[in-house]
Design a protein around this ligand. Structure first.
Ligand code: SF4
Ligand code: SF4
Length: 186
C-alpha cells in the first residue's frame, strides 16, 4: 500500500457503499505497507492483526484508514470476490523504476497463497471486471507476474512503435497516447 495522490479513485473508482471489509484482513498480510508513519513487508501479517480484525482499529495508521482494495472500489467485480473469500486481491501497483510503460502504474490481480480462483473461474471474472480501461493489468502470485491487459499483440505494438493493423490501430494509439508521458515506450 502506498498513496500517489488519489490515483486509486481515478483509476479504480470511488469506494462503494455496501462493500465492507468485515473480518477480511487480506491486505494486512499480503501487501507491502510503505509510509513514513507505518511500514511492513509483503507476505507478513501485520503485528496488529487479531482474529479477523485489527487490534488497534480505533487508532490504526492513516494508510489503513484511507486505503481500499479493488473489491471495495470496482462495482463490476463480483460481490463474492472479497479477497479473504475469493483468494484474489486487486490493488494498484507502483514501480519506481519500471522496465516499460506497462509497469509504472498498473492494476495487480494477485492470487493469494492457496487460492483456487483460477479453477473456480473467479480469477477470470475479476479480470473481466478490470480489463476494461486504459490501465495495464497484471496477474501475479507474489513471485511472478504476467501482463494480461492489453493483450500480447497490442502490448508488442505499443512498445515497438510499429504500425498497427487497422483492427488494432485505435486501441494501440490510445495506449500510446496515454503512456507516451513516460517518454520512451520501450
Ligand atoms: S483486502 Fe480489501 S476487503 Fe480485505 S481488508 Fe483490505 S481493503 Fe478490506
Ligand atoms: S494496523 Fe491494523 S489495519 Fe493496518 S495493516 Fe495492521 S492490522 Fe491491518
Amino acid at each position: 500500500m502506498e498513496r500517489a495522490a488519489d490515483l486509486e479513485t481515478d483509476l479504480l473508482g470511488p469506494v462503494l457503499p455496501g462493500r465492507e471489509c468485515g473480518d477480511c484482513t487480506a491486505c494486512c498480510s499480503v501487501l507491502t505497507v510503505d509510509t513514513p508513519e507505518f511500514s511492513k513487508p509483503a507476505g507478513v501479517a501485520c503485528v496488529h492483526v487479531r482474529g479477523g480484525g485489527c487490534a488497534i482499529h480505533a487508532v490504526r495508521p492513516t494508510i489503513c484508514r484511507t486505503w481500499f482494495c479493488g473489491w471495495r472500489r470496482v462495482a463490476a467485480m463480483p460481490d463474492a470476490a472479497r479477497p479473504d473469500r475469493s483468494g484474489v486481491l486487486v490493488s494498484l501497483n507502483f514501480v519506481r523504476s519500471p522496465q516499460n510503460c506497462f509497469e509504472g502504474v498498473s492494476i495487480n490481480v494477485r492470487l493469494m497463497p492457496g487460492s483456487d480462483a483460477i479453477a473456480s473461474g473467479m480469477a477470470a471474472a475479476v479480470l473481466d471486471a478490470v480489463c476494461d480501461r486504459l490501465v495495464p493489468v497484471w496477474v501475479s502470485d507474489g513471485t511472478r507476474k504476467m501482463l494480461m491487459h492489453p493483450d500480447a499483440q497490442v502490448a508488442a505494438l505499443v512498445l515497438s512503435g510499429e504500425p498497427a493493423p487497422a483492427a488494432l490501430r485505435a486501441e494501440v494509439a490510445a495506449w500510446r497516447e496515454r503512456y507516451g508521458m513516460f517518454g520512451s515506450l520501450a
